[in-house]
Structure formats: structure tokens, C-alpha cells
Design a protein around this ligand. Structure first.
Ligand SMILES: Cc1cc2nc3c(=O)[nH]c(=O)nc-3n(C[C@H](O)[C@H](O)[C@H](O)COP(=O)(O)OP(=O)(O)OC[C@H]3O[C@@H](n4cnc5c(N)ncnc54)[C@H](O)[C@@H]3O)c2cc1C
Length: 402
């Protein structure tokens, strides 16, 4: 089977490695000249780490990332702890792996290269079409490649070939990468956030080291209304630092490192899912099929799980049966996390005055009452429900190795 993989991000690389190992003839296209990290870090949850283990990329990721065992959030003025989610007793799979995008990409790319996969770079996809011979991919310069038996769309949130029209969320964020200061009072084993209502949020996520570095890094993020992100780049950076450290004084050694706007990358968030993420010889996975705010830290994990489930189905069944089977395996998991993300995001990122009160005075205290801590823990780990429903191996549901 000849497969075109459109997009060499997290889902694309994972699909390429799995598909190549399954014996398929793959070509992977990306618009980039050479891969460059966009943005900062993210969290690989235990379900995602298991997919990295299947790929053989977990050791590389673990060597570079930082294990996080808690997610803690405080209300800025009162100091009240309003979010406290632990991954569970230390040991085993009870952590999220904070990692810089470049380090994650490199860990996966090393495996792809060792497997003999080469990337067709400088190919910006604009459209696809089918004939009796198969599906073809068209690029920006009007060249065409094909026919392929299957096109896998892994071009992410700006996919030119997915029909998904996602809803812009009212808040986005700016993200930057900073050194972890030697004398910080903060702990390097947790994601920490400060909130003022739901309209202000600042967070710090330990993400380990860059591909060729040894300095411990952190991702610094600052939430802001979508419409204000562009204007932020025209305001004095010192004003922002003062605003940020007023919210969280201990963060001064982190924010002091941001001296130019260019150090922060804007991120607008959108929400939505394709009702039917496949068609004639095409399937959409990852952000091309479903998008949500990163509040629950699941997007990259979803792309990894999608890739694993898709190739498992393609190995078992002919394409016309494999694609609906893949969707059946993944749909419930993605739907539940989409719904939870839609519900929780406005409590942390919105103009609502009511929702943060519910967050701080009702949900915060309730979250400490059993069985809520265990439920929240499985929620962040990505394992609240079976991520690969009914697949024979249920690989992603197996106990973690470490
Ligand atoms: C600020 C932020 C923080 C996040 N934090 C987390 C987190 O903590 N945990 C988590 O799990 N997820 C997080 N996510 C989500 C996560 O980054 C995405 O869900 C994930 O990267 C999706 O993977 P993907 O393979 O679908 O797409 P991507 O990884 O975005 O890859 C898409 C690829 O397609 C290529 N491409 C795009 N258009 C074209 C084209 N026209 N032609 C050719 N190539 C193209 C791109 O160059 C890229 O290489 C976060 C997202 C953001 C924005």
C-alpha cells in the first residue's frame, strides 16, 4: 500500500514510523525546509509516552524531558490553592513528561532516520484529489504527487486539506522558553500556575533540556484575550514583566529573562472536531481532525494515539474497512477529552466572573474529596477511558514499562 503522509509533526512522524514498520510504502511531505521548533514545550502524558515506547522514542524523550508529578494552581491575590492534581504515587507511569517541542521532535526523528525514513521537505500541500488510479497530492508550486492508496492528513491545526472549521476560543496565550534559575524557590517537578479570576493566568512548566543543551529549561506562558495578542507586541515589554510579577513575584527570575517580544510565541486556540474524519482514500488525524485548547495538555498525545490506532487498523483490514474501524477505536476518547476541555477551559481562560468563583470555592475543595483526586489523576494522564477502544492489542492501555 502506498501512503502519503502530509505533515511531519508529531502525528506525521509517528504514522510514518508505524506504517513503515508495517511494510507500507510511505512518503512524508512537509512544508518546512528544515524542522524548527515552533513555540515552547508541552506535556507528554502517560498514554502518549506508551506510544513513544512502541515507537522506540521514549528513551530519547525521557533523556531530554522533565518529569512532572503535580499540577498546582494558586489564586494570585488570596494565595489560595485552587488546583492540585497529582499523577499518583511516585514511580511507574505516574508523571507527565514536560519536553521542548524540538527535543520531542528529535527523539522521534532519530528513530525515523534509523528506520530509513526520509522526509520530503519544502513541499507545501495545497489540495488533494482522486481519480480511479488513487489519491493525488498537489503542492504550492502546482506540482502533483501520486497516485497514493491513502493520504494521511497530519498537517495540524492549519490543515489546508481538512474541512474542519473550528471555533476560535476567546483566549490564547504567549509562550516562551527560559532557563530555570539556579536559586528559584519553585520546584522543578511540577506545572505551576497563578490565576486572577479567569482573565489572568501565568504558568511555568519544566521542560528539561534543548536537543543540544544541558541547561534545564522551562516554558513560561501568559494567557491573554485572543484580540489583544497582536497588540501585546507593540507595548513595552517592561510593562508586561511588571504585570506578570505583580501576579506572581517569585517568577521574577523567569520573567526577567524576557527582554524582547520575539522571545514569546503567540498561540491562538480553537476548538472543534470533524464528524467523519475520513473520506475516499484520505484520513485526517491529530489537530487536522480535532482541536482543543491545551488546558488539559492532551493534543500531542491525541496525535500519537491516532497514529498508533490508524496503523493498527490498516494492518488488520482493507482501507475501506480500516478507516471506519480506526475512527471507532478513537472517537470516544477524543470526544470525551474535547468535551472536558470545552467545559474546563473557560474556568481558566475567559472573561467570566462566575466560573472562577465556582473553580475556587466549589470545584477546588471538591477536587480533594475522594474519589475526585483519582478521577482527576486519570483525567490528566489521558487514561480516563480506553484510548484505543476494542483494538486487539490495546497497546496504549498496557501498563507502562517504567
Ligand atoms: C501553545 C500550545 C501548547 C500546547 N501544549 C500541549 C501539551 O502540553 N500537551 C499536548 O499533548 N499538546 C499540547 N499542545 C497541542 C499539540 O501541540 C498539538 O495537538 C500537536 O502538535 C498536534 O500534532 P499534529 O501532528 O496533529 O500537528 P503538528 O504537530 O502541528 O504538525 C503539523 C505539521 O504539518 C506541517 N504542515 C502544516 N501545513 C502544511 C502544509 N500546507 N503543507 C505541508 N506541511 C504542512 C507543519 O509544518 C508541521 O510539521 C499545545 C499546543 C499549543 C499551541
Amino acid at each position: 500500500m502506498k501512503i502519503a503522509i502530509c505533515g511531519c509533526g508529531i502525528g506525521g512522524l509517528a504514522t510514518a514510523i508505524f506504517a513503515r514498520r508495517a511494510g507500507f510504502d510511505i512518503t512524508i511531505f512537509d512544508q518546512f525546509n528544515t524542522p524548527e521548533p515552533v513555540g515552547s514545550g508541552l506535556v507528554i502524558q502517560p498514554v502518549g509516552l506508551r506510544v513513544l515506547e512502541q515507537l522506540g522514542a521514549a528513551d530519547g524523550a525521557l533523556a531530554k524531558g522533565a518529569k512532572g508529578f503535580h499540577m498546582i494552581g494558586h489564586e494570585a491575590i488570596s494565595g489560595r490553592k485552587v488546583l492540585d492534581v497529582a499523577y499518583g504515587p511516585r514511580g511507574g507511569e505516574n508523571f507527565g513528561l514536560g519536553i521542548h517541542r524540538a527535543s520531542l521532535f528529535n527523539a522521534m526523528l532519530d528513530v525515523a532516520i534509523a528506520d530509513g525514513i526520509s522526509i520530503t521537505a519544502n513541499h507545501k500541500i495545497t489540495s488533494t484529489h482522486t481519480t480511479d488510479a488513487g489519491r493525488f497530492v498537489t503542492f504550492e508550486n502546482d506540482t502533483v504527487s501520486g497516485p497514493f492508496d491513502l493520504v494521511v492528513d497530519t498537517t495540524g491545526a492549519s490543515s489546508p486539506i481538512s474541512s474542519l472549521i473550528s471555533k476560535p476560543l476567546p483566549y490564547g496565550a504567549i509562550w516562551g522558553t527560559v532557563d530555570w534559575p539556579e536559586k528559584s524557590p519553585l520546584q522543578y517537578d511540577r506545572l505551576q500556575q497563578r490565576y486572577r479570576r479567569a482573565s489572568n493566568m501565568i504558568g511555568i512548566l519544566p521542560i528539561g533540556t534543548l536537543p543540544n543543551g544541558s541547561t534545564p529549561k522551562a516554558a513560561l506562558f501568559w494567557s491573554m484575550p485572543r484580540g489583544k495578542i497582536k497588540n501585546w507586541y507593540d507595548t513595552p515589554i517592561a510593562d508586561w514583566r511588571a504585570q506578570a510579577t505583580a501576579l506572581w513575584p517569585e517568577l521574577t527570575p523567569f520573567t526577567d529573562q524576557i527582554t524582547a517580544h520575539i522571545q514569546m510565541t503567540p498561540a491562538a486556540y480553537t476548538h472543534g472536531s470533524l464528524r467523519k474524519p475520513y473520506g475516499d482514500r484520505i484520513v485526517h488525524i491529530g489537530d487536522a481532525a480535532h482541536r482543543a485548547s491545551p488546558q488539559l495538555g492532551q493534543g500531542a498525545n491525541m496525535a500519537l494515539l491516532d497514529a498508533s490506532a490508524l496503523v493498527q487498523c490498516l494492518k488488520m483490514l482493507p482501507i475501506d474497512q480500516a478507516l471506519p474501524r480506526y475512527v471507532k477505536a478513537r472517537k470516544r476518547h477524543t470526544n470525551v477529552y474535547q468535551a472536558l476541555s470545552w467545559t474546563f477551559t473557560p474556568m481558566y481562560q475567559s472573561n467570566s466572573r462566575i466560573l472562577p468563583i465556582i473553580r475556587d470555592y466549589i470545584l477546588g475543595p471538591l477536587s480533594k474529596v475522594p474519589p475526585a483526586p483519582a478521577i482527576l489523576s486519570s483525567l490528566v494522564k489521558g487514561s480516563m477511558i480506553n484510548p484505543m477502544r476494542g483494538l486487539p492489542t490495546d497497546q496504549a492501555n498496557k501498563p507502562a514499562i517504567r
